[in-house]
Design a protein around this ligand. Structure first.
Ligand code: ASP
Ligand code: MG
Length: 401
């Protein structure tokens, strides 16, 4: 098999760990596979470089910042290649540019525009392990760019797509994706397989596991993804196309998001275009609005509620201010959380939502907002009941089995 293996910062955190990664890669090679490795910077390195850049200036030039940040991954790729050679594995290290990765010119969050598969495949054909520095590319003009924090995952998935790899394995410090956060519910189970869409919805569980953009890319390029631990041999979680999952469970997992805040606009003038104006203004301010509810209007007035990330609440406040004449009052509530029940199986089954509501009511938890999509039911509740709600729902859908 042709496999892309990506090792994150903690997996290559020191020289001994890099040696362990080399041994692990050697095992895959000895088993008869062709391996392309993508590496992150050693843990803490990227943050250190960002700090260095700010030693001299509050706004260091983005071009130089990208050149600087790209060096973290280059160090790891060269070291791993040397470590592989030292144990008798023919290996070659490459920067993003050498690996044929082109991007647009948006510094520090560039998008990959193209990957030329030739440079990597030519080395693979010679029987070498190619070790690519993740998180970086180069513009048409040859200027180094980086792909945004956590971007090595994206490098790995994009390369896997470009060279038509059979599999893309992402090695981190966790075993895979769980039915819920095991720190909240110790009986949470590791999922064997989930679909791309479920993974995206469970992102708040798996945020540390996989960068969201890389999951979107994997879906688009149909790259089979595995996330597993680099510190043990356990099987990870396979993330694939929905069609590949024969027995779709009704519910795959329960996600908890404590980073949302609720905004309630009361007595909003009920005129055509008011929602377009308010949400247009929020969009212009780059605010990521999530759940939205509008009540039935009364006497020409209505109530409008929605959630925004806590970090964007102040910007949201400003964006709404200009409508103050068209509403009676505004409330902001940061003490909420969003609990989501996720599963592709609910597309074809009814009763998932009512079970959730019954479960929460048995625990005396009041639901403040409800939102649904084809594969998800989300409820906003008082933050202090977050863990209780997660545990009750996890049990109600028998996810420990
Ligand atoms: N080193 C980069 C970061 O820390 C990219 C990565 O680790 O994926 O964000
Ligand atoms: Mg990382």
């Amino acid at each position: 098999m042709l496999i892309v293996q990506k090792f994150g910062g903690t997996s290559v955190g020191d020289l001994e760990r890099i040696r362990n990664v080399a041994l692990r890669v050697k095992k895959s090679v000895d088993a008869g596979n062709e391996i392309v490795v993508v590496v992150s910077a050693m843990s803490g390195e990227t943050n250190k470089l960002v700090d260095y850049a700010h030693y001299y200036s509050k706004e260091p030039s983005q071009r130089e910042v990208d050149l600087l940040l790209s060096s973290g991954e280059r160090v790891t790729s060269a070291l791993l290649s040397i470590a592989l050679q030292a144990i008798g594995v023919d290996a070659v290290a490459m920067t993003g540019r050498q690996a044929g990765i082109s991007t647009d010119s948006i510094h520090t969050k560039a998008r990959i525009s193209n990957i030329d598969p030739k440079p990597i495949l030519e080395e693979v054909k010679k029987g070498r392990v190619v070790v690519v520095a993740g998180f970086q590319g180069v513009t048409q003009d040859g200027i180094v760019t980086t792909l945004g924090r956590g971007g090595s995952d994206l490098t790995a998935v994009a390369i896997a797509g470009a060279i038509k790899a059979d599999l893309c394995e992402i090695f981190t410090d966790v075993d895979g994706v769980y039915t819920t956060d095991p720190r909240i519910e110790p009986s949470a189970k590791k999922l064997e397989k989930i679909s791309y869409d479920e993974m995206l919805e469970l992102a708040s569980l798996g945020a540390k596991v996989l960068q969201n953009r890389s999951v979107e890319m994997a879906k688009k390029l149909n790259v089979r993804l595995v996330t597993r631990s680099s510190f043990n041999e356990n099987e990870g979680t396979l993330i694939v196309n929905e069609e590949e999952i024969m027995e779709q469970p009704l519910v795959s997992g329960i996600a908890l998001d404590k980073n949302q805040a609720r905004v309630t606009l009361r007595g909003v003038v009920d005129r055509p275009g008011i929602a377009a104006d308010i949400f247009g203004s929020l969009a212009d301010a780059n605010i990521n609005v999530d759940m939205i509810i509008q009540n039935a209007g009364d006497h020409g007035r209505t109530n409008l509620g929605f959630t925004v990330p806590k970090t964007e609440l102040i910007t949201a406040q400003k964006a709404i201010q200009k409508f103050s004449k068209e509403m009676e009052s505004v409330d902001f509530d940061e003490k909420i959380s969003k609990v989501s029940i996720v599963g592709v199986g609910m597309k074809s089954h009814s009763g998932v939502a009512s079970k959730a509501f019954k479960t929460l009511s048995k625990e005396n938890i009041n639901i403040l907002m409800i939102g649904t999509s084809e594969i998800k039911i989300s409820v906003v509740i008082d933050e202090k009941y977050s863990e209780l709600a997660v545990r009750a729902l996890h049990a109600a859908y028998e996810l420990e089995k």
